[in-house]
Design a protein around this ligand. Structure first.
Ligand SMILES: Nc1ncnc2c1ncn2[C@@H]1O[C@H](COP(=O)(O)OP(=O)(O)OP(=O)(O)O)[C@@H](O)[C@H]1O
Ligand SMILES: N[C@@H](CCO)C(=O)O
Length: 324
């Protein structure tokens, strides 16, 4: 469930009075998602998403996220567009929480992506990188390599209670990645969390990207590495090279990777898997009493790491010099 804040009818009506989105017909809480409180609103002018930001989203970051969504939507990307009030503001307050209304995107996410979905995702990711290239604001990636050691230290003592040997192998991965993390790759705005639940399809057509609350300024190839992790492994943790190939080729049809990005891909993919393993591990070990949200399994990413450790070259992810 993701309705942490209950919103009384009167409070909602007062909040909506500042907008020109028609009369409210109905609204209901959205169960999916774990970070924020989301409602779907149906009004006489259409459907909208109302989000109340809960504690994990920093208030200072909201201008970046909202500005970015506006910028990307203005550049033709199918993403939620923050709706402005009559006074021209996008960020308001509802029930003591920062709150926004964004446009509703049609479509459904796919649980088990197929090759065609991976291809569509590759093109959309490159489109996002292109659409964000002239966005003026910056937000450093707090969950890049410098952010991993504090996460590891918070989990190290209990890591082996989750899987035997997890602490030792994570320690080794972390040391290697800290030493060799690729620097100064081409970069700009990245989504940084483009998992299947954040991508909508209508039939075979990709219809929208959501959840920009990890978006930041970092290397483009790292974003691709995150997507290879999230989309191209099978249920048995075998990497599906055909899916990787489809994703990378579609990405490169819009923005060809530079040779240094290709060379860095194995390390970037390994780092991306470590990042999600660590955030999941910390959450797994710190489930608040009475929590209604089930934490995500860190071992799904420990298993991906086992694959990445054996990879020697980008070809093993499906990259090839000849576009295919
Ligand atoms: N603009 C939108 N259009 C249509 N549906 C949306 C939109 N934004 C959010 N949703 C719906 O709300 C759900 C939760 O949104 P979102 O993923 O942003 O939540 P969250 O709390 O930030 O969760 P998490 O970070 O865990 O994914 C989505 O799975 C989707 O069903
Ligand atoms: N996509 C992240 C959750 C944060 O949205 C994960 O699967 O660990």
């Amino acid at each position: 469930m993701a309705v942490y804040t209950e919103v009384p009818d009167e409070a909602l009506a007062a909040f909506l009075a500042a907008y020109e989105i028609g009369d409210l017909l109905s609204y209901k809480g959205i169960a999916e998602g774990v970070e924020n409180t989301n409602f779907i609103l149906h009004t006489t002018t259409g459907s909208y998403i109302l989000t109340l930001y809960e504690k994990r989203v920093k208030l200072d970051d909201l201008p970046f996220f909202l500005g970015l969504m506006e910028h990307l939507a203005a550049n033709g990307l199918a993403c939620p567009q923050p709706i402005r009030t009559r006074d021209g503001t996008t960020l308001g307050t509802l029930c003591g929480r920062p709150a926004v209304i964004v446009s509703f995107l049609e479509g459904v996410s796919v649980r088990r992506p197929e090759v065609r979905h991976c291809r569509a995702l590759g093109a959309a990711l490159a489109g996002l990188h292109a659409a964000g290239s002239d966005f003026a604001m910056r937000r450093p990636n707090a969950l890049s390599v410098a952010g991993w050691r504090p996460l590891f230290e918070a989990a190290e003592a209990q890591a082996d209670s989750v899987a035997l040997g997890l602490a030792a192998r994570t320690r080794q991965d972390l040391a290697l990645l800290e030493e060799s993390w690729p620097q100064d790759l081409p970069g700009g705005v990245i989504h940084a969390d483009l998992f299947t639940d954040n991508v909508f399809f209508l039939g075979d057509e990709l219809s929208g990207l959501i959840d920009f609350y990890f978006a930041c300024t970092d290397s483009f190839a790292y974003d691709l590495a995150i997507c290879l992790n999230a989309w191209c492994f099978e249920a048995d943790y075998a990497f599906n090279r055909t899916k990787g190939q489809a994703m990378i080729a579609a990405y490169q049809a819009v923005r060809p990777l530079e040779p240094r990005e290709v060379a860095a891909l194995p390390l970037l993919a390994r780092g991306a898997a470590l990042r999600f393993m660590l955030t999941r591990l910390v959450d797994w070990l710190n489930v608040p009493p009475g929590a209604l949200v089930k934490p995500k399994d860190p071992l799904e990413y420990d298993r991906r790491l086992a694959f990445h450790r054996r990879v020697a070259a980008a070809e093993e992810y499906g990259w090839s010099a000849v576009a295919g």
